[in-house]
Design a protein around this ligand. Sequence first.
Ligand code: ADP
Ligand code: MG
Length: 251
Amino acid sequence: MADPTSTPPPGIDLRDITLGYGDAPLFAGLDFHLAPGQCTCLLGPSGVGKSTLLRVIAGLSSPDRGDVHCSDRQSIKDRAAWMGQSDGLLPWLSVEDNVCLGARFRGEPPDRERAERLMKDLDIGALGHRLPATLSGGQRQRVALARTLMEDRPIVLMDEPFSALDAITRARMQALAAHSLTGKTVLLVTHDPLEALRIGHHIHVMIGMPAIIEPALRPDGAPPRALDNRRLLDLQATLLKRLAGSKDWTA
Ligand code: ADP
Ligand code: MG
């Protein structure tokens, strides 16, 4: 049988997603699409449902109604790498063993060379033998990022992957991730409009309760886009207005 991880990255369609906790529905008949082989960024205020939607796509939460499927009708779960909002590092394993966790779970020998290369690129190369408890928040987040990129899956779902990083490290990691994720079907949740503009092909704002997802903004050029691109700063203002719920996006 063909290796499900070696198929071309599919598009992902969400149809009629309805889900609520308690009385208030988070989603009521929500439709959404992730373009194949491209990076879609989802921005939105805290509590709007971004992480919940990511979990629904990953198959970690079930909607009350509606469905999620790949354009090629194959499973998402077998082909997706996931990076949750909390780093999920196993405290009893070293940094390097955390990075190689996927192979360990599958009972395969890990590709140590690849792990070392990734850790070096992410500036955690000297931390391989340390335990997670001895790391800073930003270092832990880069270990989680390395573990996600280590999987080399056609679908990558990431929840605020750079939120714990300082500005300079964040800019470098965004560029690195954008290169590593080229050609994959990616959904990246972030609260940072400039981050979305740097690395997204399609940038959506999620807002309201029940949540709606605004049509995509599609900046020119290939990610990662340069931070001194003036057009990005104009689009950042547009996105901030959308996030603030402005009715007049051109104002
Ligand atoms: P975001 O990621 O946009 O900040 P979340 O998807 O984490 O938002 O949460 C959206 C809303 O759903 C929040 O009000 C949160 O409290 C609620 N929520 C999320 N998960 C659960 C759960 N398992 N049980 C009850 N409420 C939940
Ligand atoms: Mg969240």
